[in-house]
Write a protein that binds this ligand. Structure first.
Ligand code: NAG
Ligand code: NAG
Ligand code: NAG
Length: 825
């Protein structure tokens, strides 16, 4: 590229500041990510391809981006595809990549792997679904006098002058005493996060907020949407990241509240404000990974109960690269929000980020400790933390010099509280590895609603529930345990061979069970002392994916519901090399018979076949000195011929499922953790009954309210209550939207009294009792009447689409949710 004079100087300047992650011009060029072998030089490759070397992909050694003008891009694409196909065929025949190269391949020698890049906007912020703020708030509870007294002492001892601190119930709850993060004792010991750094990977971070500027860490920050060093919010809905950052590291000063780790540093990595390609996403999660300790990720694929999506291979590699090389080899700590799709029947095992063994997956509970109606369950969920739901939400910092926000929520808000907890831990024990972090979570989480029928005893010594993980994070216990925690040995693993089933899946109550025996020798040879994560990769073909469910039973009798049936998932496919994850087998030996049971509970024309699977055990090494690091994931990891797979024992297990009475023992009872016909929040307010489970596992007694009815009837009752509420809510929202369109600026006469007005809350120092109307829809659509952030940029975002709401209650609810996630103003 030729530039002259001042333009050249300017160009140089720009390259200097953004050289590592140049802005792409997808309109005129095609981009390719290539993995090169160690001997290949990127410059050389660029020349041979007739393209431009754009640089290394983040921190991934040997991975580079190249670009070509669009005219020649298609040819290269075809060439590279061809190369991959040839290699695949050859691998199938000879079992490796070697062999005779033809001329075409000669010119592409040195290229191990390639991917044509495309900018995608597919990740969504995990903001709360709309339903949750629609109940009329009745504050009949009285503050606990002793708790109020204790808080006053805390405030004066620590010199907290933050105006909304008293509204930050998640830090110190004086109403529902005990329902907070239990952090104050740690602060009093002087542990406030000094020296630890959390990166908020999100839509931006307002480093000019007086609440965040004292702790903002520019060296760990970058904007991958606009390719500038400063991840400043630029679109009018760029507020989510700032709110998450406030939960972690809002300073102890005179603005808003405080973060869990109010003396920790906080970086912003902006990726959610536009489409990004896989190289940028991979770079983002490794960005400054020697300086950023924790990556806070409150986003993921859509939580619509129909999506099943895992990150691409580059991102998977970056995650493993992060845990292996980040933080001086101790490993980056990734924290992911579990997802908000519970009311759409979603489950966090259908999301390849939340079900990664490398992430701490966090679900949400409300200020009474109840399971938040939106929070997804799954066997990969490690812990839960507080967030919106019931009568309140999280109070935190907002975009603006001294703006606060009182309606932050969703699993989006639960994750950052755990990020803050980890920042406190690392400020005391910086040498803990990413796995020590997970162990500490497992060992110190506190079970809640232990009698709800969802808990089972595990070999870790802790109880596990698909709804609550190992329980809620208690920062005091967490940090105390961390102080003297002995570091675990490195990670070891065992990958079973592919196990062939090739058997029709029976419909209805029966399940197709496939067994695999793990011997003592296998575990010993794999150098595994005790299990942590277990993953199962499987292939099932089916004409309706949502009908399927899968459970895994360990030799110790612990049951993981790897997958649950999803009413919204009409996809005409089964599972293709999909990997499910569970943490329920933490602490087991792994030795004995593992059983996978695949079920198709819907009796209909949609049928399928369980093809094959493999079991992967991950755990702590027995002998540290001989343990190597796991290779980075490879796109061929799951390549296999089903004909070569080992045939395993299968049985069709007769057992009732949905009609099973809760406490009648059975081995194939499906407990659809995520298909609750109605959620806690749908019940009359004030009810303290735990989350109902429509069907419970045979190993566990269940005590959810039955209304003295049969299971079918109960489901019907719950569903009916749920539908009525959803319908009313939908109608309410619909009319409210209509009204808002008409009365854009006149909202004082709105007759609901519900959602706290922020300015009012500030004025009242957060002692929130009065609520004012007019903010209801804002909770979902954003706060459009606040001054637009940088209004000239608004058009970059998708248009405001509240007209998508329809009077149909179901549809309207989900349409609102979609709008909320795309465009919260
Ligand atoms: C919270 O922390 C205190 C110490 O500050 C500790 O005594 C207590 O057991 C912890 N848990 C709860 C639920 O209060
Ligand atoms: C499932 O796999 C079998 C072969 O194993 C094939 O005959 C059948 O057509 C497949 N069904 C679907 C729905 O893909
Ligand atoms: C651990 O592995 C190392 C290296 O392979 C070996 O020399 C050592 O004897 C092993 N230790 C034990 C206790 O087996």
């Amino acid at each position: 590229m030729r530039l002259s004079g001042a333009a050249a100087a300017l160009g140089l300047l720009c390259t200097a500041t953004a050289s590592l992650h140049p802005r792409r011009s997808y309109e005129t060029r095609d981009y390719f990510a290539l993995h090169l072998d160690a001997a290949a030089s990127p410059v050389d490759i660029a020349q041979r391809l007739g393209g431009r070397h754009e640089g290394q992909i983040g921190e991934l050694d040997g991975h580079h981006t190249f670009s070509l003008p669009k005219e020649s891009g298609a040819d290269l694409d075809a060439l590279l595809e061809d190369l991959q196909t040839k290699r695949k065929l050859r691998r199938r025949h000879t079992g490796d990549n070697a062999g005779v190269l033809d001329n075409e391949e000669e010119s592409l020698a040195g290229i191990l792997w390639s991917q044509k890049l495309a900018p995608k906007k597919r990740l969504e912020k995990r903001v709360p679904p709309s339903e949750q703020f629609t109940r009329v708030v009745t504050r009949d509870k009285k503050e606990n006098v002793e708790a109020v007294q204790a808080r006053s002492e805390l405030v004066s001892t620590l010199g907290i002058a933050d105006p909304i601190f008293e509204a930050q119930w998640h830090l110190f709850n004086t109403l529902e005493v005990g329902h907070d993060m239990n952090v104050s004792g740690v602060w009093l010991e002087g542990i406030t996060g000094k020296g630890a750094t959390a990166a908020i990977v999100d839509d931006g971070l307002d480093m000019y907020s007086n609440d965040l500027s004292p702790n903002y860490f520019p060296e760990g920050s970058y904007d991958f949407n606009d390719h500038t060093p400063e991840p400043r919010p630029r679109l009018r809905d760029d507020r989510h990241g700032t709110r998450c950052a406030g939960e972690v590291a809002a300073a102890r000063n005179d603005v808003c509240g405080v973060g869990v780790a109010y003396d920790s540093r906080v970086s912003g990595i902006r990726i959610l404000s536009g489409a990004i390609d896989d190289t940028d996403e991979a770079s983002a999660i490794n960005y400054a990974y020697q300086k950023n300790d924790i990556y806070s990720c409150s986003w993921g694929p859509p939580d619509d109960g129909a999506t099943m999506e895992a990150p691409g291979i580059l991102i998977k590699r970056a995650m493993v690269n992060g845990v292996q090389k980040g933080r001086g080899g101790k490993g980056s700590i990734f924290v992911f929000a579990a997802g908000n799709g519970a009311s759409s029947g979603d489950n966090c095992n259908f999301d390849g980020y939340t079900n990664s063994i490398y992430s701490i997956t966090v679900g949400a509970i409300d200020r009474e400790g109840k399971h938040a109606s939106y929070s997804e369950s799954c066997s990969a969920q490690l812990v839960v933390a507080y967030s919106s739901g019931g009568t309140d939400a999280i109070h935190t910092t907002d975009v603006g010099t001294d703006k606060c926000y009182s309606l932050h929520g969703g699993t989006s808000a639960a994750g950052p509280l755990v990020v803050g907890a980890m920042a406190l831990v690392l400020s005391v024990r910086p040498e803990l590895t990413w796995r020590d972090a997970q162990y500490l979570m497992v060992e110190t989480a506190v079970p809640i609603y232990e009698d709800d029928g969802s808990w089972q005893n595990t070999k870790s010594g802790q109880k596990f529930s698909h709804d609550w993980g190992f329980g809620k994070v208690d920062i005091y216990s967490l940090v105390q345990k961390a102080k003297t925690w002995e570091l675990v040995k490195p990670q070891a693993w065992y990958h079973s061979p592919w196990l062939r089933v090739q058997h029709k899946i029976p419909q209805g109550d029966k399940g197709l069970a496939a067994m695999f025996q793990v011997s003592k020798k296998m575990v010993k040879d794999a150098n595994i002392a005790r299990l942590e994560h277990v993953t199962v990769t499987m292939n099932v073909n089916h004409t309706r994916r949502g009908d399927l469910s899968v459970e895994l039973r360990s030799p110790e009798g612990v049951v993981s519901h790897l997958s649950t049936a999803r009413k919204n998932d009409d996809t005409e496919a089964g599972y293709v090399d999909w990997t499910f994850m569970t943490v329920a087998h933490w602490g087991e030996s792994g030795v004995g018979t593992w059983t996978v049971v695949v079920k198709d509970t819907e009796v209909n024309d949609n049928v399928g076949e369980f093809l094959d699977w493999r079991l992967n055990l991950w755990g702590e090494a027995a002998n540290a000195s001989k343990q190597k690091l796991h290779p980075l994931p490879d796109e061929h990891d799951d390549d296999h011929n089903i004909e070569d797979a080992i045939v395993v024992t299968t049985t069709v297990q007769p057992a009732p499922t949905a009609t099973q009475p809760p406490d009648q023992p059975s081995h194939t009872v499906d407990r659809p953790v995520n298909t609750k016909p109605a959620s806690t929040d749908s019940k009359p307010s004030g009810s303290s009954t735990p989350t109902p489970s429509p069907a419970s596992d045979s190993f566990l007694p269940s005590f959810f309210p039955t209304f003295g009815a049969s299971k079918h009837t109960q489901i019907w009752i719950y569903a009916a209550i749920g539908s009525i509420i959803v319908f009313c809510v939908g109608l309410g929202i619909y009319f409210q939207i209509q009204r808002r369109r008409r009365l854009r600026n006149d909202r004082d006469d709105y007759d609901f009294e519900m959602i706290e007005d922020e300015d009012e809350a500030k004025a009242m120092n957060g002692s929130s009792t009065r609520r004012r109307g007019g903010e209801l829809y804002n909770a979902f659509a954003g706060e459009s009447e606040e001054e637009p952030l940088f209004s000239d940029e608004d058009d970059d975002d998708e248009p405001y689409r509240d007209q998508a709401a329809s009077p149909n209650p179901r549809r309207s609810g989900s349409a609102d949710l979609d709008d909320t996630q795309r465009d919260r103003t």
